[in-house]
Design a protein around this ligand. Structure first.
Ligand SMILES: [Zn+2]
Length: 331
């Protein structure tokens, strides 16, 4: 009998501690992260939680920080004026490293990726007007257009804009979302591997909100900084590649970012991403430490297998679909 009472007492004590921990966490999230409730209170490049920032590590000379309240990771750049021209030069699309060894070589793969996303989206809405942010040469838009969407894009690189307009016959604005002067609204805005690249996250997300029709959707494909691959690789994770990438997200921080401006997540999943070996090898070469025959090894491997298509193996990329709600802020 005594043993039973002792067991019940211990159980109650553990239960009380568990419940208080949960309750405390809930209180902390409300009390210390006002940025989620009031958009104007941002941490450095995101939600301004008035929190101390933690320095995580330095990559390419850029300090990657984490807001100790909301967990958002970011870095800052000094030269905003030349940022787009310098980062999204032709080198980014044709010379590998953190960019692409040959972006145009992935044309068919990207059109099919657009087809796949259009099929997923068809479960939620009928085709309408779409804006693809960071559309490059318009390949993903082409995949949507095939399925009945009316598409427009935004792209900073002039070579890509020119190819998209002249070869793909797409309507593309040259520049960034942050500086986009919009004249119309959209039913769907696509941010395919682009949200980490915004140099002004607040301006970009507010523009998204204002560009969306009521009941509009945002499709986001984004790298997950809390994925197994990202945790294991640490600072060598391929997405820690400033200055092209400036913000890093997890499921939670991305969801909070959109909830904060009045969009709710309605679906998420893993994209069936396919890339050619040349691109995969280029990312790997960029992140591996130097060794004697590294350049030669990658050159030979790329020559032998560069055109092969592989399914991207790391589970560190997700897609999310957000829907605008009546509480969405409009500026
Ligand atoms: Zn924060």
């Amino acid at each position: 009998m005594k043993e039973n009472i002792r067991f019940i007492n211990t159980f109650c004590l553990v239960y009380v501690i568990y419940i208080s921990t949960l309750f405390r966490r809930q209180l902390l999230s409300i009390r210390f992260c006002p940025g989620f409730k009031q958009y104007d209170m941002e941490c450095e490049s995101h939600l301004k939680c008035n929190a101390a920032e933690k320095t995580l590590f330095i990559v390419n000379g850029y300090t990657i920080k984490e807001c100790s309240q909301c967990g958002h990771r970011y870095t800052k750049i000094d030269d905003l004026k030349n940022h787009l021209i310098e980062v999204y030069s032709d080198e980014y699309f044709f010379e590998g490293k953190a960019g692409y060894p040959d972006y145009l070589a992935e044309k068919e793969l990207l059109i099919k990726a657009g087809n796949r996303y259009a099929k997923i989206i068809s479960n939620y809405m009928t085709p309408g007007k779409l804006l693809d942010v960071g559309c490059a040469a318009g390949f993903i838009m082409k995949g949507f257009e095939d399925k009945g969407w009316e598409c427009e894009g935004i792209e900073p690189n002039l070579t890509m804009v020119s190819y998209g307009r002249n070869v793909m016959n797409m309507n593309i604005f040259s520049g960034s979302l942050e500086e986009y002067k919009y004249t119309s609204k959209y039913d769907l805005i696509c941010l395919i591997e682009v949200i980490g690249h915004f140099y002004d996250l607040k301006k970009a997300t507010l523009n998204i909100l204002n560009l969306l029709n009521d009941d509009g959707y945002v499709l986001v494909e984004s790298w997950n900084m809390k994925s197994f691959a990202a945790k294991v690789l640490g600072k060598r994770w391929h997405e820690y590649s400033p200055p092209s990438v400036l913000n890093w997200f997890s499921d939670n921080t991305l969801t909070h970012l959109f909830e904060n401006i009045g969009l709710k997540m309605v679906a998420k999943g893993y994209p069936q991403k396919k890339i050619n070996m040349e691109h995969a090898l280029s990312l790997l070469e960029e992140k591996l430490p130097e060794f004697g025959f590294k350049k030669k090894l990658f050159k030979i491997t790329s020559a032998l297998a560069g055109r092969l298509t592989v399914i991207y193996p790391l589970h560190d990329l997700n897609w999310y679909l957000f829907k605008k709600t009546p509480s969405g802020i409009t500026a």
